[in-house]
Design a protein around this ligand. Structure first.
Ligand code: SAM
Length: 285
């Protein structure tokens, strides 16, 4: 079977099945032969692991994952890819492809049913239009997974992997740092895809904490505070929170004093422990 990074083969098989790539589904398929083996190896595709993939395309990454892990379950939204996948992934007994929307699918149930006795990792070349919501979904559902290794647009990786307390950080940086440690693994140029997108990409990884280390007393309040702060990131945080939480200036001063943080600070300057202290002072108020 020819390689799925062979551009002529991929074009032929798509033509044979009358398949046309859909821009709106973020279909940019990997054709650089070095990228998928690296994602698979760095993304924990190894014995003892089950891998959840989001978006198979023609199966180029799926195949590399299945060569290394015990089992791969992939969710693909585009039914028109299924006849192609039947051909490209023929002979692999450890792959299951599910037709569905990864944003809606019951992932907790899927993991419990499909990966019994295995550790689970997520690997994907994510469709760009659901990058942040998909990552947030994977984190917020508190799934039993060890790592998330995903290709995203370079700018998204920079934001997600920034240090909390730096100018590059955002609400998504804090949300990711709350659940695990994020790092950029390697850059991938736009020429590595068919068709080539207008932007470069980056493979990044979130290693999830087995136990949450932050001691946040009220998660909802913590994330409400973070979202409000970053919605007006250039303003002084005390003023922003006064309005967002409808509390008085004297009350907010007391909360900042309890947490040992100056009220004139901007949210982007606060580190994770400082954000936690502030939110806990809020929840005790
Ligand atoms: N893994 C393949 C590769 O690297 O070549 C394909 C990656 S392509 C960037 C994204 C894939 O996700 C496409 O196959 C697309 O059809 C699929 N997709 C888009 N939206 C989806 C969704 N909501 N749920 C599941 N799959 C989706």
């Amino acid at each position: 079977m020819p390689e799925l990074t062979d551009i002529h083969y991929v074009r032929n098989i798509m033509e044979k099945h009358g398949f046309h790539v859909s821009k709106s589904l973020g279909q940019n398929f990997l054709i650089n032969p070095t990228v998928c083996p690296r994602i698979a190896e760095l993304g924990n595709a190894k014995p003892g692991f089950g891998i959840l993939e989001i978006g198979t395309g023609v199966g180029v990454l799926t195949k590399e994952l299945a060569k290394r892990a015990d089992k791969v379950v992939a969710i693909e939204l585009d039914q028109k890819l299924f006849p192609i996948l039947e051909e490209t992934l023929a002979g692999f007994e450890n792959i299951k492809i599910i037709h569905g929307d990864a944003m809606q699918y019951d992932l907790k149930k899927l993991i419990a049913e499909e990966f019994q006795g295995l550790q689970v990792a997520v690997c994907a070349n994510l469709p760009y239009y659901i990058t942040s919501p998909m990552i947030m979904r994977l984190l917020e559902e508190k799934l039993d997974i060890t790592s998330i290794t995903v290709m995203v647009q370079k700018e998204a990786a920079q934001r997600i992997c920034a240090s909390v307390g730096s100018r590059e950080s955002g609400a998504v940086t804090v949300a990711v740092a709350y659940h695990g440690e994020a790092m950029k693994l390697f850059d991938v140029s736009r020429g590595s895809f068919l068709p080539a997108p207008n932007v470069d990409s980056c493979v990044m990884q979130i290693a999830l904490y087995p136990e949450n280390p932050w001691n946040v007393q009220d998660e909802d309040l913590f994330f409400r505070m973070v979202r409000s702060g970053f919605s007006q990131r250039r303003k002084q945080l005390a003023g922003v929170l006064c309005n967002a939480f409808a509390i008085s200036k004297s009350e907010i001063s007391e909360i900042f004093e309890t947490s040992g943080i100056v009220p004139s600070v901007r949210i982007e300057a606060l580190t994770m422990p400082e954000l936690v202290r502030l939110s806990n002072a809020f929840s005790q108020f």
